[in-house]
Structures are given as C-alpha cells and as structure tokens.
Design a binder for this molecule. Sequence first.
Ligand code: ACO
Length: 329
Amino acid sequence: MRSRFYSKILALGMAVPPKVLTNFDLEKMVETSDEWITERTGIKERHLLEKEEVISTYAVKAAKEAIERANLSPHDINLIIAATLTPDYLMPSLSILVQKEIQAEKAGAFDLSATCSGFLYALVVADQFVRNNPDWKVLVIGAEALSRKTNWEDRSTCVLFGDGAGAAIVSSSEEESGILDFILGADGSNWHLLTLKGGGSTYFPFDERLPKEEYYIKMQGREVFKIAVRMMEKIALELLRRNGLSSKDLALLIPHQANLRIIEYLRERLELPKEKVFVNIHKYGNTSAASIPIALYEAAKEGLLKRGDYLLMVSFGGGFTFAGVLMRW
Ligand code: ACO
C-alpha cells in the first residue's frame, strides 16, 4: 500500500567543467564535420574535464548548490545516492567523496550504476526512502565523466559524450504532488551493443587478452538508436495511460539527451509541440546519468515548470536500462 506521503524535489543544482570542445575542435581530431555531427546528433559542443580534474569536484558543486537552494545544511542530509558509471575511483565511491567534502555527517552514501538511466533510478530509490521516512532529505546526484572512457580515435562515439553533474534534494510532501508514478526497466538480451569492458572484474588490469579499445565505450549506434526510440516511447505511453493522462496534459517532457533525432522521434510519437520537449543536447552532448538532472535544472531555471504541472522524464542507457518518472511539480 502506498504511504500517505509523496516525495518531491525541493531544489536542484548543476555544474559542468569550463572547458568546451566544439564540433570544429573535433574536426581537427578525427575525420568528421560540424555538419555531420549537428545533423546526425544535434550536438554543437560539450564540456570536458581537464586532465588533472576529477568529476567529484562538479558533483560536490552541484550538491552544494542544491542544498543551499533548499535552505538546508549538509547536516540535514540523511542519504546520498550518486548515479554514475565514472566515479573518481572504484573505491571509495563517488557518493562517499561527496559526503566527505560537503561534511554530511549524518548521511549514508552509496553509488548506483544504471548507465544513462542512473539519475531516474536513483530518484526512484530516494522516493522509496522518503515515503517511508517522511522527515528524511535525500541528496540524489547524477555525475559523469564519459570523456575518460571515450576512445578519441573512434569518430562514431567520440563526438557524442560530455562531462557534468546535476543534483536534487528529495523530501516528503503530504500533497498529491511530486513523484506520482515510475517505471524502471532492464533488458540484458542486447547488452553487447553498448559496452565498457575494461575496468570490470572479468579482466585483470592491463590484461593482454583485452584489446586496448575495450577500455573505452564501444557502441553499435544504429542498433542502440532503434532500441532507444522504441523503449522511450513505450515507457512514456504506459506511464500516461495508467495515470489516466494524455500527452496533452504534460507541461514538459524531459528525455535523456543522447541524440536530437531520438528526442524528435519521441516528440512526434507523443504528438507534442516543440516547446513542450526540453532540449539542451547542443550545449552538453550526452552526459549519461547527469543529462536529466542538468536538463531539469535548466528547465526549472527557465520557468518552464509551474506548481501543479505534469512533468514526464524518460531515459535509456547501456545494459539496456530504461526509466520513466511522472511528476506533478
Ligand atoms: N563523422 C562523420 N561520419 C561519421 C561519424 C562522424 N563522427 N560517425 C559515423 N560516421 C559515418 C559512419 O562511418 C557511416 O559511414 P558509412 O555509411 O560509409 O559506413 C555513416 O556515418 C553512418 O553511420 P551510422 O552509425 O549509421 O550513423 P547514425 O545515423 O546511426 O548515427 C549515432 C550514429 C549518432 C551514434 C546514432 O546511431 C546514435 O545516436 N545512436 C544512439 C546512441 C545512444 O543514444 N547511446 C545511448 C547511450 S550511451 C551510454 O549509455 C553511455
């Protein structure tokens, strides 16, 4: 039975590294063009860590901003969940580094791995904790440094990714608002289409059985594209249907920012006008688990979300993982 409490997003934060890599910069690195990248992906530029930087710096910045905007102190945080594929280290986790840096002494902390769906998975986990512990404040982070796992000689992937972090404070609400419903999905049958094998426990460090390119993200883009559009549409329609809503009821759709053509396809299938689908992929590329919280932050800042509005967020990522969260703002 559902508890009488709902969970809502109290405040948001985001941070990206200042270094920008444009499509024109990429033209000098691999055989590609601004025209191809823009036409096939919608991306114009992306933010990347400098060599000596770490992604926890930006996760901490985003977290501090969200805590401040929520008028809380780090001592008020009960739990930190960091969704990431690319923590600074495998041990300690990214969430622990954030916990130490912001001095959230009361907080438990763990990382969650669900690729590009990581933030929505983490939001749903936070929702469970908050509904059962209504005085809790959960810090949910999506932070990613995909540039560290990018093969800069592979033009089919290196044009796609960017680095950054977003954060949200989740707390309880007695009003029928906040997170109304969600879908978490997974399908491992096609896992081989999108992989990052190096760094796992199948292979030893520097294992000569593993070719060098397997230490980077490898993707069969066209096949991933087809699965992405099919699953995002399915999740969006299912969440609307089972809540007695139609896409016309939505104030905003925030899809994972992986490819503008995927977003456009979804928009057409849901018969939504352009202004109801949030897009910022041109500025950041695909930032994986950070993509949705960064988009949500910018949408809120632009005043696109008003109290009582229906918001739908949908994502997909390697694995494959899928997720959808329906909210009332
Ligand atoms: N510049 C110029 N040409 C290129 C580039 C490039 N950067 N990359 C590929 N091409 C070429 C290919 O070699 C191919 O040439 P050919 O026809 O002579 O063989 C041609 O362009 C078409 O290649 P496709 O791979 O079919 O191009 P497509 O239109 O499918 O676009 C892309 C590729 C952008 C990768 C697209 O398939 C895509 O976005 N897929 C989904 C990616 C995604 O969403 N991943 C999600 C998760 S990421 C994560 O979880 C970490």
